[in-house]
Design a protein. Structure first.
Length: 247
């Protein structure tokens, strides 16, 4: 009977003992890049994502199907009663990375139904134009937190998620509280107890030079005009030379 009295407290300690996450993304000028991520959670919380074995399997299979996102390392291990999930990889198109969870983690028969695993990735709105890049990411973990934590966020204590975004150019606008001196590296740290019922939001804007192929396409009309000018000039000179010779 006394055990049943303390059971809720024991479960709460097991659930909220420590939830930590860190992601770092490096973005190159041509839209390619790489990423690294590590998440540490109690086993009961990790089960909300389908369990570590299933999550690792899901990510590996998703990466194998995708031509643009290559997860070169995906693993999990147990350490001091915690489950540590780690993955890293490369991508050749930021657009494809942003849509990777929706494209590869969802059931093809239910493409509009989010999966539990998507909670780690969130949803990203991305816009790339002549002016630069606009990045807006929303991560909502409320759907995967057990009710014992959702009803009492203070139990999460100092658990946090830390995100780092390395841009190829200085940020022109961002909500990141920490920027490097050159404003290329943006950092966000979210105390999870403050985001149990609302999403974490990352936003950044920066000028982004177009990939080389676009510059070449832009130079093509100029090259054509120069060629036409040279051709006409050469023809005019040839006509002048022919006229002078006939006289």
């Amino acid at each position: 009977m006394r055990f049943l009295t303390f059971l809720p407290l024991v479960l709460t300690l097991l659930l909220a003992s420590c939830i930590e996450g860190e992601e770092e993304l490096w973005l190159e000028r041509d839209g390619s890049g790489r990423l690294e991520a590590t998440y540490k959670m109690p086993p009961l919380v990790m089960r909300s994502f389908g369990g570590p074995e299933e999550l690792v399997k899901t990510l590996k299979e998703a990466s194998a199907r995708d031509q643009h996102v290559n997860l070169t390392h995906v693993s999990h291990r147990s350490e001091k009663g915690q489950v540590i999930l780690a993955f890293s990889g490369t991508f050749d198109d930021l657009h494809k990375l942003c849509t990777f969870p929706q494209r590869q983690l969802r059931d093809p028969d239910e493409p509009d139904k989010p999966t539990k695993a998507e909670a780690l990735f969130g949803e990203t709105d991305l816009d790339i134009s002549m002016r630069g890049i606009s990045y807006h990411r929303t991560i909502d973990i409320s759907s995967v937190l057990p009710k014992l934590i959702s009803s009492a966020p203070h139990r999460l204590k100092d658990s946090s998620f830390h995100y780092i975004l390395n841009l190829p150019m200085p940020a022109s606008e961002t909500n990141a509280p920490t920027l490097s001196s050159a404003e290329h590296k943006l950092e966000w740290t979210f105390l999870l107890r403050d985001y149990v019922n609302e999403p974490m939001i990352l936003s950044a804007e920066c000028p982004l030079p177009l990939p080389r192929k676009f510059w070449l396409l832009g130079l093509l009309p100029i090259a054509v005009l120069v060629a036409i000018f040279l051709f006409r000039t050469k023809r005019s000179l040839h006509q002048l030379e022919s006229g002078a010779a006939s006289r």
